[in-house]
Design a protein around this ligand. Structure first.
Ligand SMILES: Nc1nc2c(ncn2[C@@H]2O[C@H](COP(=O)(O)OP(=O)(O)OP(=O)(O)O)[C@@H](O)[C@H]2O)c(=O)[nH]1
Ligand SMILES: [Mg+2]
Length: 563
């Protein structure tokens, strides 16, 4: 283990960081929020700490001074440096942008973007937002830099985020708390993070009233042990009057001595760096594993939401199929227009003798009465429209209801164009599709007619007439129903299967109607696919990309290999 092959290790870390950055982590599954945060912290730690540190093992030790607002971080840094490098103040929070104090010879390590590359550097004055102020000072020994951080529990959100980022970039933490606040929750949360990442940690217990020193220090030591931080140094600074805004030497002595010892001992510093480095590397698999689990959950959730949509729209296609087969399309307007053609008389009884006349009427209808022909076609059209639209509405409702039943789906439906009914342009697209279907049926009929026994019949009806007969047959072909049911389903016997069969020949009608129905369902399926596509598009935007999980696994394995 360790740092034997930095080049491989760096490459593997870069790849892992890239993979982590590429994760969407958007779908609302349990722990998604935590995973996003864990991911951000991992990326920060790899980019801001592990990579720069591995590249330059001899860079100075970066000690980040962190803690609650008003704990006295800036005062402590100023006191150690012997100059006001970072203004302390009574207004909370005071420090908004970090100040990095180091020996002038060490400045080169921090002037470029090796660490905290995203932050612009300033010297000789306070840095603006997103900036890092560099304060060179001979008061600090070479090899050890102190960074005064904004507070960790700020009301200023950017402060909190920044503090966490700075702590992630540290070789070691100098965590400042006070006798009044050492039991606050937020600092402990961060201390746990230090523990889990193996970061070297020292605590300053500041502003301890003289009469309570032993008691408070003992209690904090207990908490340190209870929280699994046994190795952490505890430095106690008694409450005193500040002199010129700085701690008097006697009060500062414990921290000063500890820091001097570290400054004097290059090996101890290197040991600290290695400890944090190794700890951070050791912590990666577990932390990445947690994020990975959430990505896997999101994959599973996406599959579940996707299949809800599929089943809602699959059922819609079945409904359309049923409506077509049940003869439901042959009611109302279609039937009325058909009666215009064939009359409503006792057709069935006189079928044989009147067939010739009936053919003539169909033919005359489509050739001589373009208006009425168009009306019948339009009736067929709108009745198919209605069925498709109703099925699409119901499917949208079902899919949306299923999504609403799951937090991830609920979030996808939230705040966007409504999806719980058919889309606004379905009417137009259905009309186009049905028109195309009608064209297809006419093609079918003319192709079928070529060189067959049906030729004469088709000829006697005309292609348009025969086409209409086939369309009606599609709606009248109630496979499996009995004669009585056919009559009911077909609305009246006048449009029954037998009339249509008689007109075009039963075999021809059946074959053509089958083909025509198949084609109609393909088209309906296409329309429904587009409708379902609205859900899928939204899901795809939030769901993990197809290669996220594999990419993460591959990067994790490569990292393991490189160590
Ligand atoms: N009497 C006394 N006052 C202190 C001591 N340490 C800090 N102060 C005062 O407490 C206030 C806050 O100190 P800062 O050093 O600004 O605290 P900080 O942790 O840097 O706070 P932020 O920058 O807001 O995160 C200032 O008014 C300091 O003068 C101390 O040891 N004794
Ligand atoms: Mg401060």
């Amino acid at each position: 283990m360790g740092v034997q092959a930095p080049a491989d290790l760096s490459a593997a870390l870069e790849r892992l960081s890239e993979r982590l950055r590429g994760l969407g982590l958007r779908l609302a599954v349990p722990e998604a929020e935590q995973a996003r945060r864990a991911r951000d912290e991992l990326v920060d730690q790899i980019d801001d700490y592990l990579l720069p540190r591995l590249r330059q093992m001899d860079a100075p030790l970066l000690m980040v001074v962190g803690g609650s607002t008003g704990a006295g971080k800036s005062t402590l840094v100023n006191s150690l440096v012997g100059a006001e490098v970072s203004p302390a103040g009574v207004l909370r929070p005071t420090t908004r942008s970090p100040v990095l104090a180091c020996h002038p010879d060490d400045l080169r390590w921090f002037a470029d973007d090796r660490v905290l590359g995203g932050m612009s550097r300033t010297t000789g004055g306070e840095a603006g937002p997103g900036g890092l102020q560099l304060a060179p000072t001979p008061a600090l020994p070479a090899g050890l830099a102190l960074l005064d951080s904004p507070d960790i529990d700020s009301v200023v959100e950017s402060n909190r985020a920044l503090a966490r980022q700075l702590l992630a970039a540290a070789d070691a933490w100098l965590f400042v708390t006070t006798a009044a606040r050492y039991a606050d929750a937020v600092p402990w949360e961060l201390l746990h993070a230090a523990r889990d990442r193996g970061t070297a940690l020292s605590l300053v217990l500041d502003r301890v009233p003289p009469e309570g020193t032993a008691e408070v220090a003992a209690h904090l030591r207990e908490m340190i042990a209870e929280n699994g931080l046994e190795g952490a140094e505890l430095l106690v600074v008694p409450e005193t009057r500040l002199e010129d805004g700085r701690l008097p030497p006697a009060a500062l002595a414990p921290v000063r001595e500890w820091l001097d010892a570290l400054a004097a001992d290059a090996q101890a510093r290197a040991g600290l760096v290695r400890r944090t480095l190794t700890g951070a590397l050791d912590s990666l698999p577990g932390r990445v594993g947690h994020v990975r689990d959430v990505v896997a959950d999101q994959d599973a959730e996406a599959a579940r939401l996707g299949s809800e949509v599929e089943s809602a729209y699959g059922r819609a296609l079945e409904e359309i199929d049923e409506a077509v087969r049940s003869g439901a399309l042959l009611r109302g307007e279609v039937l009325a227009r058909w009666h215009d053609v064939v009359g409503t008389g006792d057709l069935m009884r006189a079928l044989e003798s009147r067939l010739g006349r009936l053919r003539d009427r169909v033919r005359a209808f489509v050739t001589g009465a373009p208006q009425a022909d168009a009306e019948l076609r339009a009736a067929v059209q709108s009745s198919v429209d209605a069925v498709v639209h109703a099925a699409a509405d119901r499917a949208a409702e079902r899919a949306a209801a299923a999504w609403r039943g799951r937090p991830a789906g609920r979030e996808l439906l939230h705040d966007a164009a409504r999806l719980d009914s058919a889309s606004g342009d379905l009417v137009d697209r259905t009309r186009d599709e049905v028109r195309a279907w009608q064209g297809h049926v006419f093609d079918l009929v003319s192709r079928e007619a070529a060189g067959r026994r049906t030729t004469a019949r088709v000829a006697s009806l005309g292609v348009n007439g025969a086409g209409l007969v086939v369309m009606l047959a599609v709606f009248a072909q109630t496979g499996g129903l009995t004669g009585a049911e056919v009559a009911v389903a077909g609305g009246t016997s006048a449009v029954g299967q037998r009339v249509l069969e008689a007109l075009l020949g039963d075999q021809a009608v059946r074959t053509l109607a089958d083909k025509a129905r198949e084609d109609l369902l393909v088209r309906a399926g296409r329309l429904l696919d587009a409708e379902a596509g609205r859900f899928h598009a939204r899901l795809d935007e939030a769901a993990p990309a197809p290669d996220e999980l594999a990419g993460l696994d591959e990067a994790s394995a490569a990292l393991e290999g490189a160590r």
